[in-house]
Design a protein around this ligand. Structure first.
Ligand SMILES: Cc1cc2nc3c(=O)[nH]c(=O)nc-3n(C[C@H](O)[C@H](O)[C@H](O)COP(=O)(O)OP(=O)(O)OC[C@H]3O[C@@H](n4cnc5c(N)ncnc54)[C@H](O)[C@@H]3O)c2cc1C
Length: 353
């Protein structure tokens, strides 16, 4: 957790040119000897893709880990809902991709608000992540000849998305979960299912523990560690209707904020342009049609307002492929926020179906 000093955020981004910052930091960091790693205890809150990977990796390095989560199994974290895929700059289709282009598209896709040095690092290690997941057994889609397949995705003019049909998140989580359970069996990770973090313990400005509630018995417990990792996911539910799981409830992040951690712009939330609209008051979740629909198919509305004909009765010349019309370069593959706004504009104009 980042320490706060007199109201300023020290993001600890290293100095130097953006392409070298984190490589330099890795070389400069003091190593901890394997004997000493065993003496440290790390608390990981949340076991989605972020928490499960962090817990398994830290344990593999030799640290002792305690992992807390709301569900009864890490396999039920919201991450299983991720459908479309994971980006990496492998440039397998030879369509001009590079680490620099992935970096640029990601910064742009984040409305230029992301911390650029960290995005560059993400782009740099994206290729290793794919190799790592393949080694874990994640069944990415493959071409007929056996090579890993790529598809296009919103906000990019290249094909760099690795995917497992419409269940990429679930398959990635199963891979990470198997790495985690290996460490559980080795005694390096202790799992705390059905435990909700209620508060953060801060000592001398550093996070040193958490207060949890056992969701079965209601018992309150205090757990201490040398460091606390918050991997508690998104908070889309504050907007009421959301594709996020019910446990994506912002409580952990909010409590850390109350204890002094900075909270960036809460409006920095992604919008899915391919949600199915609510069908009644009883519906508490939005359902997502995979965004791969945007590349495997074409998006259109009737040109005529209030057209009640069935889609297959509307001839080609009476269809408005509004994304292709408005954005000739990207077409259906414009970034999500652009696609969502364009869809709303068409619906508000009376062309929705
Ligand atoms: C429908 C949908 C489709 C998506 N598709 C894609 C995609 O194709 N590609 C992509 O890259 N991203 C996609 N995303 C986004 C992606 O799924 C998320 O960004 C990612 O899964 C978040 O992972 P996480 O580990 O941070 O959080 P989560 O998977 O949400 O895990 C959070 C964990 O924290 C625990 N937790 C929360 N609060 C507490 C608390 N107070 N105490 C204890 N534990 C707590 C939960 O139990 C859970 O274990 C999609 C998102 C949605 C909603």
């Amino acid at each position: 957790m980042v320490q706060v000093k007199e109201g300023t955020l020290d993001s600890k981004v290293p100095d130097g040119p953006i392409t070298e910052k984190w490589d330099r930091r890795r070389n400069e960091l003091k190593l901890i000897s394997p004997t000493n790693k065993r003496k440290f205890e790390v608390i990981v809150v949340g076991t989605g893709l972020a928490g499960t990977s962090a817990a398994a990796s830290l344990a593999e390095l030799g640290y002792n880990v305690k992992a807390f989560y709301i569900q009864d199994s890490p396999r039920r974290a919201h991450s299983i809902a991720a459908q479309g895929g994971i980006n990496a700059a492998k440039n397998y289709p030879n369509d001009g991709d590079s680490i620099c282009r992935l970096f640029y598209d990601t910064v742009k896709g984040g409305d230029f608000r992301s911390r650029e040095a960290n995005v560059y690092r993400l782009a740099q290690i994206s290729n290793n992540i794919i190799d790592h997941c393949v080694a874990q057994g994640v069944p990415f889609a493959r071409e007929y000849g056996g090579l890993l397949a790529n598809r296009t995705f919103g906000g990019a003019l290249v094909s760099r998305t690795f995917y497992c049909r419409g269940q990429t998140g679930q398959q990635l989580l199963l891979g990470a979960y198997s790495a985690l359970m290996r460490q559980v069996h080795l005694g390096k990770v202790k799992l705390f299912p059905r435990h909700e973090m209620l508060d953060l313990v801060v000592i001398d400005g550093a996070a040193r523990g958490i207060i949890t509630r056992d969701l079965i018995s209601g018992k309150l417990e205090a757990h201490t560690g040398h460091a606390v990792l918050l991997c508690t996911g998104g908070y889309g539910n504050v907007f009421y209707l959301s594709t996020n799981a019910k446990a994506s409830n912002v409580t952990a992040a909010w409590r850390c904020h109350k204890r002094g951690a900075f909270f960036a712009n809460p409006c920095f939330t992604q919008i899915h342009p391919t949600c199915i609209p609510v069908s009644g008051k009883y519906q508490s979740k939005l359902t997502l049609m995979s965004e791969s629909l945007r590349n495997d198919g074409r998006v259109w509305v009737p040109k005529k307002k209030g057209d009640t004909r069935a889609p297959n009765e509307i001839p080609e010349e009476e269809r408005d492929y509004y994304l292709e019309r408005r954005y000739p370069a990207y077409g259906n593959m414009v970034p999500r926020d652009v696609a969502s706004r364009a869809a709303k504009e068409r619906c508000d104009a009376g062309c929705g179906v």
